[in-house]
Design a protein around this ligand. Sequence first.
Ligand code: ADP
Length: 463
Amino acid sequence: MKKVNVLIIASIFGLIALSIIQGYLINNTYKLKKDAFISETRKSVSKIDDFSPALDSLTDFWRENFLEKLADYKIGNAKKNDVINGLEFVIDSINEIYRKEYQKELVKKNIPYGIKFHKKVKAIVILDSIQNDTLFDTSKAQKQIVIGDTIDKDSAIRISNTSWETDHTSNRVINNINKEVTFYLLFLTEDEIDIAGWKNIVLKQMLSLLLFSLLIFAFVIGLLYYSIKSLITQKKIADIKTDFVNNITHELKTPLATLTLATKMLKNDEVKQQPQFIDNTVNTIERQNKRLQKLIDQVLNNSLGYREIKLHKENVVIENYINTVLDDFELSINAENIIINRQFSGKTKTINLDKFYFTTALLNILENAVKYSGSTLVIDCKINVKNALKISIKDNGIGISDKDQKQIFEKFFRAGNKEIHDVKGLGLGLYYTNQIIKAHQGHIKLDSKVGKGSTFILTIPFN
Ligand code: ADP
């Protein structure tokens, strides 16, 4: 059992390691597929705004407007805030059309999934050889300026950085004098997209791989389960067989020892002179011989399966038949501290059964009740003859644990308890009883609690 446990633990560890590796590989594949998908999408949407005349003219419109606001700022006619607010205002005014035009371009490109796009302003700087003047810096700003769709920060996928650099000159009238205002502008933006349901799209691409690995995994687990289960069964069978060999050796030892002694005695010259002694010894040999024969018969016959049992059924009057079996049993056990209660309910009926086999089945249960009893034993036999013959045999013996109850009708099984093993037996009685009842199309139910006794309920249909 230790080996099996080690094997189970090793297999579980192996499986865990395999799952981790599998998980790691799947995760890597997911990442690769995701990157490939995103870069493909990035390729198909990049420069959309540059190649669309409508988007281009909208861009020109807000840029012109913005440059004029900047010229005002340069001559001190507007503050930084006014410039930024003005930029937001002009973007707001064209944003709806900008988004629609962008979506039109996407349709033209035949992109089968929904894409949101925006241009996020990162920095606006007026470059100067003495000192640059930063008008906007997204990392310091409290708000964002975007042209296009609103995209959630977590689902935004960056596709490119763009920079707009321009050397601009505007005419302004200052104190009735026409003046040229010149400045050098650096306008940095970042293009971001959001692909609707991209996770599902990537997972769909991986579906066959996922299914296949799941299938392999289930297969390996199934195989492992099956191997360990058959290993445990084999081990159990091997244990049961060893037990049986030990039991039968134990059973054979006493008659063989007696036979050896008896033959020795018969060889003794003194004994040879006394016919009375010879008679006794021969009787002993005969008895032991019978005992050995009975043991062998028990192993041979009691190993039969219910399909091999050939029944010779006859009609018996239930009450009379059961009473006879119990009377004979009482006589054979010859014990004073055994009480047998008999209860019959329902009308007395007849039933078709094989008397020989059925008696063996009943005696096996009754004998066990005596064998595995406490100091006094009460056997309650209840015979219910309503729809089926129901015989329940209840003892107040040592009882059978829940675990053992599951195996009690198996061939060679004996409850693994030292106290019980002092009682002789081969573990065939209940197996055979069950086979006999099955051959009669009936079934046995066991109700037992350790220390509280056992009840065997036999049910045989009337037919
Ligand atoms: P055997 O009595 O030869 O060992 P059986 O097949 O008749 O074989 O019984 C199998 C095992 O079931 C017994 O070894 C015993 O441990 C347990 N057993 C059977 N009947 C009873 C009972 N009435 N009370 C307690 N234990 C029982």
